[in-house]
Design a protein around this ligand. Structure first.
Ligand code: SD4
Length: 341
C-alpha cells in the first residue's frame, strides 16, 4: 500500500534532477540552533541578525526582533536590493515590497510602495492597525504617511546612474535574472544578483515570527510585484510548525507558493532542509528552464533546526544565537552557478 506521504515524496523526486546534483547529498543535513535564535538570507543577514539579537537576547518578542533586524539592510545605502537606494523599475521608480507575520498567524504586507524608507514597519502597521493584510501602490504610501512615516525620495544618485546605464542597451525590456548578466547588483559579501532579506526568529518563549523585504527585481515593469510581500510565497510562519522565506526570482516562488509549501512539508514531518530541497525541486520539475535562475529557500522548525536549499550554488544564509552571532553558511544547491550568479 502506498500512503499519501510516499506518493507526495515520489512526485517531488524528479529522477533527472537527482541524477545531476552539484552537491546535493553532501554537507550537514541541517543546523540545530539554541533558542532564542534568528536566521536570515545572505551574508548581509549578519548585521540584520545582530540587530534582531539585541531584542531576542533581552527576552523580547520575535516579531519585534525581525522588524528591528530587517530595518538594517532597508537603511543601508550600499544595498541596492532592499529599501532605500534599491534599484528602480524600468521607468526609474523605486517600488518596495515587504511582509511580516507573527506567532498568532497575523500578517501584514505592502506591495509596490514608493517613497517610504521602511516598508517592513508599514507592513506591521497594516497588520496591527487595519483589518487588512495587504496594501499596494499609492494607497500603501498614503496609509504610511497617515501613520506618521516620512515621505522621501528613495532613488539615490548611484542607483539612478546604474538605471541610466541599463537604459542604454536594454531596449526597455525587463528580464528575469538580468542582474546576473552585467549590472553587478548586490552588496559586498553578498551574491551579485538577488539579495532580498528574509528573516525568521524564535524568541525565548518559543514563539516564531518572520519578515521579508526587498526592492524587487531591478528594472522591472512598472507595477510588478514579486514574491516577497505575498504571504505564503516570500514568507510563511506557523507557530506550531516553523517558518520559511525565499529569495531569488519571485515569479518562480509565486507560481509554487513556495514558503507555504516548505512549511506544509515540515508539518508533514520533513526536516527544514528536506522541505526546502523539495520546494526547489517542485520549481524545477514544473519549469526545468529555471535552472539558469536562482531561487533559495531558508526554513526553521519549531525546535530551532535550520535548513536551506537553492537552485544554484551561491546562496548563503546567516545564523545567530547565544553561541555565535555572525555565522554564514553556504546553501546547498542542485546546480553550479550560472556565470555571474
Ligand atoms: C523578487 N524575490 O522581487 C524578490 C527578489 C529577491 O533576492 O529575492 N531578491 O522577486
Amino acid at each position: 500500500m502506498t500512503d499519501r506521504r510516499s506518493i507526495l515524496k515520489a512526485s517531488l523526486l524528479a529522477p533527472a534532477l537527482l541524477a545531476r546534483p552539484a552537491s546535493a547529498a553532501t554537507g550537514p543535513a541541517g543546523i540545530q540552533m539554541k533558542l532564542p535564535c534568528v536566521v536570515s538570507t545572505w551574508p548581509f543577514g549578519v548585521a540584520a541578525n545582530k540587530a534582531a539579537w539585541t531584542v531576542l537576547s533581552k527576552g523580547g518578542r520575535a516579531l519585534d526582533a525581525v522588524e528591528t533586524g530587517v530595518k538594517i539592510p532597508e537603511a543601508d545605502m550600499k544595498n541596492h536590493t532592499v529599501g532605500r537606494a534599491g534599484y528602480p523599475d524600468r521607468d526609474g521608480h523605486v517600488t518596495l515590497d515587504a511582509c511580516i507575520m507573527d506567532e498568532h498567524g497575523n500578517a501584514g504586507s505592502v506591495a509596490a510602495m514608493e517613497f517610504i524608507a521602511h516598508p517592513i514597519s508599514v507592513a506591521r502597521a497594516v497588520m496591527e492597525k487595519t483589518p487588512h493584510v495587504m496594501l499596494a501602490g499609492e494607497g500603501a504610501t498614503q496609509f504610511a504617511i497617515e501613520q506618521g512615516f516620512k515621505r522621501e525620495e528613495l532613488l539615490t544618485p548611484e542607483s539612478k546612474k546604474a538605471w541610466q546605464e541599463w537604459l542604454k542597451t536594454a531596449k526597455y525590456k525587463p528580464e528575469a535574472n538580468i542582474e546576473t548578466k552585467s549590472y553587478g547588483l548586490g552588496v559586498p559579501g553578498g551574491a551579485k544578483n538577488h539579495d532580498t532579506i528574509g528573516m525568521l526568529a524564535i524568541d525565548a518563549k518559543g514563539n516564531l515570527s518572520g519578515a521579508c523585504t526587498t526592492s524587487g527585481m531591478a528594472w522591472k515593469v512598472r507595477g510588478r510585484v514579486g514574491d516577497s510581500p505575498i504571504i505564503g510565497a516570500g514568507l510563511y510562519v506557523d507557530n506550531e510548525v516553523g517558518g520559511a522565506t525565499s529569495t531569488g526570482v519571485g515569479e518562480e516562488v509565486m507560481r509554487s507558493v513556495g514558503s507555504f509549501l516548505v512549511v506544509e512539508l515540515m508539518r508533514q514531518g520533513m526536516s527544514p532542509q528536506a522541505a526546502c530541497k523539495a520546494a526547489v525541486e517542485r520549481i524545477l520539475k514544473k519549469n526545468p528552464g529555471a535552472k539558469t535562475e536562482q531561487v533559495g529557500y531558508l526554513a526553521i522548525n519549531k525546535k530551532g533546526e535550520v535548513g536551506a536549499w537553492a537552485i544554484q550554488k551561491g546562496f548563503s544564509y546567516s545564523l545567530c544565537d547565544q553561541t555565535s552571532q555572525d555565522r554564514i553558511v553556504p546553501g546547498q544547491a542542485f546546480f553550479e552557478a550560472t556565470p555571474g550568479n
